[in-house]
Design a protein around this ligand. Structure first.
Ligand SMILES: Cc1cc2nc3c(=O)[nH]c(=O)nc-3n(C[C@H](O)[C@H](O)[C@H](O)COP(=O)(O)OP(=O)(O)OC[C@H]3O[C@@H](n4cnc5c(N)ncnc54)[C@H](O)[C@@H]3O)c2cc1C
Length: 378
């Protein structure tokens, strides 16, 4: 008997899940993968676009290229999810399946930060990164703030990476001395689970004259005065604001009743939701790991392995271990890595730092190209 699996969202989680089910189950599975977009973009590619290193078209991996057997991709917008019935409506169709996996990621709520849309910029979307790509080359004097507007947010190293890459870009143009760079982050250190990683980032910030403003969020931007207003009322004048917007679950997920505290609660070992036969993976959950692609992928693998074992009548595979890694761009074509373990010591995540190098930059490039080949067959 063929098991039907409906995967909502073709990002890191949905692509990995669909590919693994196809590889391991062949014709025993029938996967429908739905996404409203026509292409997938790695989160880190937005930094490349922002600094003009790659064209937006070159970082788009088109879903029409998916050739994975037994996986049917549908470009449709999901308009409602009924988890109890495992029924999903889109702008074009209604679907029901034996297994439903929600992998719809996190959306951005620019309006939650007054002034951000009018008087600031964000680099968390390709469109936002493109606007900055056109703006940054003419920025040569004043203050640039990289500011986090809400937590949790995707890829905790990204604000630090943006500051380091901006520093490098301005040095390359010979205007760094005329620019002040500040980074506003809601944590006490850049990467709280890894003191070594945080120390390396702070040391590099100090060497390059980047100011670190810890334990604060940007609450609003005052368009009249060009000031970022922090959560304690402190006002920081700026000329260029690179924002990380407030994140929230997609509206269709909120309307489904699946969320609690803004995100979908799941069993951390199995990624099962409260509804039988319904799983959730990646940024849309509150599983307790960071909102990052490698973690979404790891969670998706666990769900896939459980379904494979069930269909093969095999014993239950190991649960989700909450381990993952994040690459960190340091500039100078060097990339560092932090390997993080969120579950081994409950409530106390730990991280190991791998210092920046060209070798790790090559590893990051290989990470992207293997996913591209596996998920898109090219
Ligand atoms: C600047 C930046 C840098 C980053 N760097 C890294 C990094 O170095 N390493 C790393 O691991 N992670 C990084 N990330 C984070 C990473 O991109 C995300 O955490 C990851 O994509 C989450 O995977 P996901 O499967 O949960 O969701 P996503 O990959 O976001 O996929 C969700 C999908 O759901 C679709 N969707 C949403 N709503 C609907 C709807 N109503 N109907 C149909 N489709 C819908 C979306 O179109 C999207 O394709 C970075 C992110 C950013 C912004």
């Amino acid at each position: 008997m063929t098991t039907s699996v409906l995967v909502l969202g073709a990002g890191f989680g949905g692509l990995e899940l669909s590919t693994r089910l196809s590889e391991e189950l062949g014709a025993d599975v029938d996967v429908t993968l739905i996404d409203q977009a026509d292409a997938f973009v790695f989160g880190f590619s937005k930094l490349d676009v922002m600094f003009g290193k790659r064209e937006p078209d070159a970082v788009r991996l088109r879903y029409e290229d998916i050739t994975t057997p037994h996986v049917r991709f549908r470009q449709e917008s999901i308009t409602s999810i009924d988890p109890e019935a495992r029924r999903v409506a889109t702008d074009l169709e209604t679907y029901e399946a034996d297994v439903l996996v929600v992998a719809l990621g996190a959306d951005y709520d620019l309006a939650a930060t007054p002034g951000l849309a009018e008087a600031g910029n964000e680099f968390y979307t390709v469109a936002g990164a493109e606007v900055l790509r056109d703006r940054i080359p003419s920025f040569q004097i004043g203050t640039a703030i990289v500011g986090v507007c809400g937590a949790p947010f995707k890829c905790p190293p990204a604000p630090s990476e943006a500051a380091l890459l901006l520093d490098e870009h301005l040095r390359g143009r010979g205007v760094r001395d005329d620019v002040r760079i500040q980074v506003v982050i809601p944590f006490g250190t850049p990467i709280p689970p890894s003191p070594d990683t945080s120390a390396a980032i702070l040391e590099t910030f100090a060497e390059r004259g980047i100011e670190f403003v810890p334990d604060h969020l940007v609450a609003s931007l005052d368009a009249a005065t060009n000031e970022a207003v922090l959560d304690d009322g402190t006002r920081l004048p700026y000329d260029l604001f690179l924002g990380i917007p407030v994140h929230r679950a997609p509206a269709v997920v909120e309307a489904s009743g699946m969320t609690d505290g803004g995100w979908i609660p799941v069993d951390p070992g199995t990624l099962a939701t409260r509804s039988p036969g319904v799983y959730a993976v990646g940024d849309v959950t509150s599983v307790g790991t960071p909102k990052a692609g490698m973690f979404a992928e790891g969670a998706a693998r666990v769900v896939a392995d459980r379904l494979i074992a069930r269909i093969h009548g095999a014993s239950e595979p190991p649960g989700y271990d909450g381990k993952g890694a994040c690459y960190i761009e340091f500039g100078g074509d060097e990339v560092a890595r932090v390997d993080v373990d969120f579950f081994s010591t409950p409530g106390r995540p730990t991280g190991t730092f791998v210092a920046p190098s060209m070798a790790t930059a090559a590893e990051k490039a290989a990470f992207a190209s293997t996913r591209r080949a596996r998920w898109f067959g090219g």
